[in-house]
Write a new protein. Structure first.
Length: 339
């Protein structure tokens, strides 16, 4: 099979035409400033009401925050990054065995975003894995590097626990019972995107991932500590999120925006590339069970606005998401608004 991935060992001195964004959609990197007030929440604080308050504040005003002292074993995190780099360092022949452009595949290596639906491609390769239940999916995962399955399963278990704790804080911060989100989402699915952004000769012309909101409930992102690239939209401006050692970036996805009746924001974010170093990120997505019915929580619809979104199942939502390109101006959730 032809090498369709970017991490193929081929050196590009300019980017192919199909990656070049129209003038109006380019990243304008010189206009992006560093975000100087990223909320950083210490989860080891014994003051739970304070954590809840900070989470609520961050979700309302930014839709994202970072957590430190989060309880995920730091050695497990380090191993996760190492094995991810090792994977992308494998020969292109080895990697192409896992290549697929079909979003319904539970294990696949792919490139860009949705190569068959998009007009312009993105400077990214990614390995996408379903991770829950582990017993079902691990046998399909890559067996090269040899430590991949163990390292990644271990990481997935820990990150899932962290996600559940954060969902409790989010529920409470909305004035709901701490198990509200957990109960509505059912037996949550878990997916992972291991994103690899090779050095790009013309980072001003393209994206690693263009602006988007995540379609799931909650995203736990491990950023490369040495190479930045994540930017979020804050009050209409893109700001760069400097990697913080031993932290995870947490962002609210569309499902929590819907559940919260729009009180919390599924944050717009994007990944930009650079000309010098490859960048890696590991995104873990917690998703509602397929048949979970997502609708705004009743107590949050009683302020006179009513429910701003109609009820839908996650299956319905997810199909809609993957039937489109990532759109810079409209979240998929807009399609589920009540009149
Ligand atoms: C994603 C994502 C950002 C990054 O995978 O959905 O937004 O920094 N990744 O790689
Ligand atoms: Ni994302």
């Amino acid at each position: 099979m032809q090498a369709k991935v970017l991490s193929s060992g081929i050196h590009h001195s300019s980017i192919p035409q199909s990656y070049i964004r129209p003038e109006s959609e380019r990243p304008r990197l010189s206009q992006v400033s560093a975000c100087d007030d990223v909320p950083i929440i210490d989860l080891s604080s014994p003051d739970r009401p304070l954590i809840v308050q900070k989470v609520g504040q961050a979700c309302k005003s930014y839709g994202f925050f970072q957590v430190i002292n989060h309880g995920v074993n730091l050695e497990a995190v380090k191993k996760m990054s190492e094995v991810a780099y090792e994977f992308f360092g494998l020969s292109v022949e080895e990697k192409m065995k896992l290549y697929s452009e079909d979003p319904s595949k539970t294990v696949r290596l792919s490139t860009s975003f949705n190569i068959n639906k998009e007009k312009v491609h993105n400077w990214r390769d990614y390995l996408r894995l379903h991770c829950y239940p582990l017993d079902t999916y691990v046998p399909q995962w890559p067996s090269n590097p040899p430590s991949f399955k163990d390292t990644v399963s271990n990481y997935c278990v820990e990150v899932r626990e962290l996600g559940f704790r954060i969902q409790e804080f989010i529920s409470e911060s909305l004035g709901l019972h701490k198990d509200y989100i957990k109960n509505v989402l059912g037996d949550q699915g878990q997916h992972m995107a291991v994103n690899y952004y090779p050095p790009c000769p013309e980072p001003e012309l393209t994206f690693g991932l263009p602006g988007h909101t995540d379609p799931n409930a909650l995203t736990i992102l491990l950023q490369d500590v040495n190479v930045s690239g994540l930017q979020v939209l804050k009050q209409g401006n893109w700001v760069a999120i400097k990697p913080q050692p031993d932290a995870f970036v947490i962002n609210i996805g569309d499902q929590i925006q819907a559940l919260s009746n729009g009180i919390y924001m599924s944050v717009w974010h994007r990944a930009v590339v650079n000309s010098e170093k490859p960048r890696l990120s590991v995104a873990s997505f917690l998703c509602p069970q397929d048949e979970a019915l997502i609708s705004p929580a009743k107590p949050l619809t009683e302020d006179g606005r009513g429910a701003i979104y109609r009820g839908f199942t996650y299956t319905e939502y997810y199909k809609k998401f993957w039937s489109r390109d990532l759109q810079k101006d409209m979240s998929c959730l807009e399609l589920f608004k009540n009149e």
